[in-house]
Design a protein around this ligand. Sequence first.
Ligand SMILES: C[S@@+](CC[C@H](N)C(=O)[O-])C[C@H]1O[C@@H](n2cnc3c(N)ncnc32)[C@H](O)[C@@H]1O
Length: 132
Amino acid sequence: MSNMLEPEQLHIDFGLGSPPDYSTFHPFPTTRFQGSKYKITDWIWENIKFLSFHSALDAFGGTGSVSHMLKQKGKQIVYNDILKFNYIIGKALIENKGTKLNERDIKFILTKDKNINYPTFIQDKFNGIFLS
Ligand SMILES: C[S@@+](CC[C@H](N)C(=O)[O-])C[C@H]1O[C@@H](n2cnc3c(N)ncnc32)[C@H](O)[C@@H]1O
């Protein structure tokens, strides 16, 4: 782990006091993150499910796909990633147990604000390469 981040940024530790509520559980939101293990989470589970364990460390959590799968299986997860955007995704997707976006939130996020000057670095540098 890097010592460039504050200790509280190094991991997200959440104890699942009770199992997740499967009736309101949502599928993992897929991304195009290179190296995501999303497509093999079923295979991972098939190969570890015989182990007796209560908690797991996802030290290189990335998209959180492995943490998300294990969370659904009722395990306590410590998610970690050096990248801040992954850390934030981990907070929202893995640590978060109750907050959901509603239609109004989503509209707000997806609506361009004329008072904000949006940077175009990614669009300028990677258009036609990674983005379609
Ligand atoms: C292959 S990806 C993770 C894949 C993840 N299991 C998934 O399904 O998305 C590897 C991750 O390790 C993180 N990483 C690399 N070096 C790290 C370090 N020294 N400490 C913590 N995270 C690190 C990267 O930021 C990247 O998100």
